[in-house]
Design a protein around this ligand. Structure first.
Ligand SMILES: [Zn+2]
Length: 391
């Protein structure tokens, strides 16, 4: 390509354009900043120097003089709340609310934010009071949602049911799954206090809300068992397989115990084995393994875990196989096998967790409500290692 000298003329022109653009920006910035109150910069300076309390004072001073700065307060309050500095967030929002000339719309907004501050700070009574006063305004749905969260935290299940129904009626989506779980909580309480007759109608309501609720089905069986109806309990627990085969791992132990109780353990083993064929599960193997060992002896138990390990190669399965091998290993092999078994077992402790599919919270026991994110039914009934292998 041929170079022409006049191209060089373009360079100063570009510089010139850049300079003009920069000046325009700076002028605009200067004119905008003149419209901001001086206290704003004072407050910002305190904030940047990590003196948040002084910053709040400065900002409150501005809001007194200039109502337009309310949005800034909301931003500041939310920032504090997110950082866990709830006392400061409360102060910001309370100050905003104390202004007599605050427009109604912003007043409701500030009230809602204050309620959220209380909730985050764990001041549930105050949060409840704040949100209760808001269930008819423009923040009605948000307030109801917050109330639902409060009742769950307080384990006030009847009120949680009421709040969930209210939310549903206001068109905020279906809450049937949660309502079913709230009835299960009530039923479980009744079962703990040895009142199966109270638990059963609650579980019926739970299943009316969510027909495929595994927990309600399991608890219904428990209630029948508590009333001495073992056959009835078995029939009910068998319904779990129709809802979700992997969840049968959660009822396997009680089913096996019940089959022993009615004198038909072999029937129980065969049924659980059929579940195992449909959905490989380390929890299910654990139950079937013990039963097979008891009914058919060591060789059959060894064969079972060996087959399962081939099908789903996990360390948890290997741990089980080593346990089976150790039972009739020749004496000279026992020390070595024990060593390997202990080593593998040490590793599997970390892999044998349940994990929330929403927030990833890991737990040793199975939860219907995640302790991490408080969502319902987010735990798959499988151990983390199995999930990894399956993916
Ligand atoms: Zn979670």
């Amino acid at each position: 390509m041929e170079f022409e000298l006049w191209w060089l003329l373009g360079i100063p022109v570009f510089f010139g354009l850049g300079w003009v653009a920069a000046r325009v920006d700076i002028r605009q910035l200067v004119s905008e900043s003149r419209t901001l109150p001086r206290g704003y910069f004072k407050g910002l300076n305190f904030l940047l120097n990590e003196q948040p309390d002084k910053a709040i004072d400065a900002f409150i001073e501005i809001v007194r003089m200039d109502p337009e700065t309310a949005d800034m307060h909301f931003a500041l309050g939310n920032l504090f709340r997110r950082r866990g500095e709830t006392e400061r967030a409360i102060r910001v929002h309370q100050n905003l609310l104390s202004r007599p000339d605050l427009p109604q719309e912003q007043k409701e907004h500030a009230q809602y934010e204050l309620g959220m501050d209380y909730l985050k700070a764990g001041l549930l009574d105050r949060a409840e009071e704040t949100f209760n006063a808001m269930v008819s305004g423009q923040y009605a749905v948000q307030a109801r949602r917050a109330l639902l969260e409060i009742f769950q935290r307080e384990k006030e299940w009847p009120r949680a049911i009421e709040a969930a129904l209210g939310l549903q009626e206001s068109g905020a989506g279906s809450r049937q799954k949660e309502i079913a779980q709230f009835y299960c909580e009530l039923a479980q309480d009744a079962l703990v206090h040895m009142h199966p007759e109270e638990a059963l109608p609650l579980l019926d309501k739970s299943l009316q809300a969510d027909r495929v609720n595994v927990r309600a089905t399991m608890l219904s069986g428990d209630a029948q068992l508590a009333q001495g109806d073992v056959e009835g309990a078995l029939l009910t627990w068998r319904r779990v397989e129709q809802i979700s085969v992997p969840h049968t791992a959660l009822v396997a132990q009680r089913m096996m115990d019940a089959y022993r109780k009615v004198g038909r353990p072999q029937e129980g083993v065969n049924l659980l084995k059929s579940y195992l064929e449909q959905a490989s599960s380390i929890d299910l193997i654990e139950v079937v393994y013990k039963a097979v060992l008891e009914l058919d002896g060591v060789d059959a138990a060894k064969q079972l875990v060996s087959n399962e390990l081939r099908r789903t190669p996990t360390l948890l399965g290997l741990d089980k196989l080593l346990e089976a091998r150790l039972m009739d290993a020749p004496a000279n092999l026992v020390p070595e096998l024990s060593m390997v078994k202990n080593l593998v077992h040490g590793y599997t402790q970390k892999l044998a967790r349940y994990q929330c599919s929403h927030c990833g919270f890991k737990a040793r026991q199975f939860y219907w409500q995640c302790p991490g994110c408080s969502r319902w039914e987010t735990y798959p009934p499988r151990r983390t290692e199995e999930l990894n292998v399956m993916n």
